[in-house]
Design a protein around this ligand. Structure first.
Ligand SMILES: [Mg+2]
Length: 257
C-alpha cells in the first residue's frame, strides 16, 4: 500500500500555513523596492506570493504548489515572483533562497522553544496503519517532502515501524512521474498491479493510474477546503471507512472488486 503524506496521513495544513506566512514575511523584509511606492510594491509582493502558494489567512489550497510540490519547486516559484517584481533572475533566486532559509530558522526556533510537533496525524490514520501491519501488508510512503522531512514526520509520530520504504523529492524521478511509483514498487519487490495507492491530489491518482497501480483511493478530509478529486476508484472521507481483512478472515461472499 503506497501512501501520500501531506493531507493524507499528516494533518499538514496548520504547519504549511505558518511556513507560508513566514516565507512571505521574510520575502517582504528582504525586498527593497525603489521609489516612493514601496508600500504598494510590498503589498503586491504579498498578494502574488499568497496566490502562487495557494494560501489565504486560514486555508491552504490542497492542489496548490505549497501542498503538492517540492521545496525546490516552491523556491523557484518564489524567485519567479521576485523577477515579476522587477529583480534580475540571479537576485530573485538569492532573495528566495535567503527568505526560505530565514523562514526555516524561525520555525525551527519556535518548534524547539515550544517543543511542539511539526505535524500530527489525521484521525484514524494510525489505526489503519496498525491493521495493515497486522495483516502483513507492506506499506511505503511517497511524498514530495524531502527525506529529512519524511523521516522527521515518521519519528515524531512514532510511525517508523509501519513503513518499509520511502520515496522522497530527492529520489529521481519524484512525484508525480509514474516512474517514481514503478521504481518504489520495484524496491518493495512488488509489481504495481499488486499495489494500492492513496492520496489527496489528482496528480497522485493520475500517476498511480499511469503506473498501472491496481487500486487507487482518493482521501479528501486532510484540508479545510477538501480537494476536488476525479481520478480515484474509491473516495475515502475518513480512515474508519476502510477495513483491512487478512487472507484468513475474508468471507466467501466478499466482493474483491
Ligand atoms: Mg498530499
Amino acid at each position: 500500500m503506497l501512501f501520500d503524506k501531506d493531507g493524507t496521513l499528516s494533518h499538514s495544513e496548520p504547519y504549511l500555513l505558518k511556513l507560508s506566512r513566514e516565507r512571505i514575511n521574510q520575502s517582504i523584509a528582504l525586498f527593497k523596492p525603489g521609489g516612493t511606492s514601496s508600500h504598494l510594491a510590498r503589498a503586491k509582493l504579498e498578494d502574488l506570493l499568497s496566490k502562487v502558494y495557494g494560501v489565504t489567512s486560514k486555508e491552504v489550497h490542497p492542489g496548490g504548489i505549497l501542498a503538492v510540490a517540492s521545496k525546490e519547486q516552491n523556491l523557484t516559484s518564489t524567485a519567479t515572483i521576485f523577477s515579476l517584481m522587477g529583480k534580475s533572475w540571479p537576485t530573485s533566486f538569492e532573495l528566495a533562497q535567503e527568505a526560505f532559509h530565514r523562514a526555516d530558522e524561525c520555525l525551527l526556533k519556535e518548534e524547539n522553544q515550544q517543543k511542539t510537533k511539526k505535524t500530527t496525524l489525521l484521525p484514524g490514520a494510525r489505526a489503519i496503519l496498525k491493521s495493515l501491519k497486522q495483516a502483513g501488508v507492506l506499506c511505503a510512503l511517497i511524498s514530495n517532502d524531502n527525506s529529512a522531512g519524511i523521516k522527521n514526520f515518521l519519528k515524531e509520530n512514532d510511525l517508523e515501524q509501519y513503513f518499509c520504504h520511502i520515496w522522497s523529492a530527492e529520489n529521481n524521478p519524484k512525484k508525480p512521474d509514474p516512474i517514481a511509483v514503478q521504481s518504489l514498487c520495484n524496491e518493495i519487490g512488488l509489481h504495481p498491479n499488486k499495489c494500492a495507492l492513496i492520496g489527496d491530489a489528482n496528480s497522485d491518482l493520475k500517476m498511480a493510474l499511469q503506473a498501472n497501480v491496481s487500486l487507487i483511493l482518493g482521501y479528501i478530509s486532510g484540508w479545510s477546503n477538501p480537494p476536488k478529486l476525479s481520478e480515484q476508484q474509491f473516495l475515502i472521507h475518513h480512515w474508519e471507512e476502510l477495513t483491512v481483512l487478512s487472507q484468513t478472515n475474508i468471507p466467501d461472499n466478499f466482493n474483491r472488486t
